[in-house]
Design a protein around this ligand. Structure first.
Ligand SMILES: *Cc1c(COP(=O)(O)O)cnc(C)c1O
Length: 417
């Protein structure tokens, strides 16, 4: 993407959000100023997307939702009919998800589980434990004997496997294939399998392998990762003559913030998983996406408070900021956005208006890091105009530092119920 040579702004131009749903647009314009900023979620759009994802996957592939992407109760409830279960990674997510969508299968994972969290997960009858270390495994075995003495606890072993292709390490966030605190080193695999099969922990049943190696991968790269995880797991379990029941190949399906209309190729991915399953009959495949399920259903709606020119560049300051929508700060990107012009201006003095073509949208925080999008094409943007930031349905509100500077919290509106 290029920007006009006449403009001095050196930032790239973020793509405008094209597909603002009508109910989100209407709602964003209908809210009084003092009810902004607000998160608007389009639950009908979420259900439609989740149904499309589900139907792109082979029936044998299980779909879990990674709750950490967005745990809002309305989101979990809307997703529930389309997923086989929920992946939770803390005692908090475990209790919350159990309350909001009771009786749905839960997979409990995460590094650094406390004894209290593990005991709570056992007591809650969690379907799958994702074990992240030998210590995690021993603690689970010890607690299982006390908390659920009459049951067998089903375990997936999380391994930090090498990525199929070294180039995948450049993905936005890689949790595997390099030194990280996640999962077990593959060099420990045989010892762990022996420990699980030599009678040391009779209550634990090794069901298979869990790997979540990278985030931000396209379908082809995801399939390469899935294939290498699956073939590695088949060999490990064969070596130890244990039946491999299931392999969880993780989440991390890409969301392209620079190309907000683009979607992960679920059809291609589903077809590839079907080929993989046919080539390795036996283990059930499971995936656990977060971001690619919920990012598209959420919007952060706000209004421009002021517009100014500073050293040759145009800035618009909006109500709210990265303390509500931290995604652009953590991912160092420009949040895609759409401007909704508002004709009314209530004051007798001139309306602050952008004179240049490109405008940087900043928040209310007293830090230069509080930037939501740089170089937005918004000539004539005025104080009082509204802005909708898209792709704000995942890793947005729930990863933000809400209390910094003590501004009020945004509203939350769940549309299309
Ligand atoms: C965060 C996480 C996911 C989801 O990742 P996305 O990039 O949101 O799809 C899945 N599994 C594990 C173990 C995770 O930590």
């Amino acid at each position: 993407m290029t920007h006009p040579a006449s403009v001095t702004n050196s930032a790239t131009v973020p793509a405008p959000v094209a597909d603002v749903t009508p109910r989100v647009r209407e709602h964003a314009l209908s809210l009084p100023s003092d009810e902004l900023p607000a998160y608007l979620y389009d639950l009908a759009a979420l259900r439609e997307h989740a149904a499309a994802v589900r139907s792109a996957l082979p029936g044998s592939v299980e779909l879990y939702y990674a709750v950490k992407a967005n745990p809002e109760p309305e989101i979990l409830t809307a997703l529930s009919p389309y997923v086989d279960g929920f992946e939770v990674s803390s005692g908090g997510e475990l209790a919350h998800t159990g309350r909001v969508v009771p009786d749905r299968p839960l997979a409990f994972g995460g590094p650094g589980k406390t004894p209290a969290e593990t005991a709570a997960a056992l007591a809650a009858g969690v379907a799958r434990f994702h074990v992240e270390s030998v210590h995690d495994l021993r603690m689970l075995a010890d607690l299982a004997a006390r908390v659920v003495p009459d049951s067998r606890v089903e375990v997936l072993l999380r391994f930090n496997l090498p990525l199929a292709d070294g180039s995948l390490r450049t993905s936005a966030l890689s949790m595997g294939g390099r030194p990280t605190p996640f999962g077990m080193d593959p060099s420990e695999a045989d010892d762990v399998m022996r420990f699980l099969t030599d009678g040391s922990c009779p209550r634990l049943e090794p069901r298979g392998v869990h790997a979540h190696l990278a985030s931000g991968l396209g379908a082809e790269a995801q399939l390469a990762v899935a294939e290498s995880v699956l073939t590695w797991s088949v060999r490990l379990f064969e070596r130890h003559r244990v039946r491999l029941h299931e392999v969880n190949v993780g989440g991390g399906m890409t969301v392209d913030y620079a190309e907000p209309a683009a979607r992960f190729d679920w059809a291609g991915y589903g077809a590839g998983l079907a080929r993989l399953a046919a080539a390795h009959p036996g283990p059930r495949l499971r995936i656990e996406p977060g971001r690619a399920l919920t990012a598209y259903c959420g919007w952060y709606a706000t209004e421009v408070l002021d517009v100014k020119r500073s050293h040759g560049e145009e800035f618009a300051v909006v109500r709210g900021g990265t303390h509500h929508l931290r995604t652009p700060a953590t991912k160092s990107h420009d949040q895609p956005c759409a401007v909704l012009p508002v004709a009314a201006w209530p004051h007798p003095w001139p309306r602050p208006t952008a004179r240049g073509e490109l405008v940087t949208l900043a928040g209310q925080l007293c830090t230069p890091k509080d930037v939501l999008a740089r170089g937005v094409t918004a000539s004539g943007l005025r104080a009082g105009d509204r802005v909708l930031f898209g792709l704000a349905g995942a890793y947005a509100w729930n990863i933000s530092h809400h209390d910094f500077l003590m501004h009020p919290r945004p509203g939350f509106h769940f549309l299309g119920r």
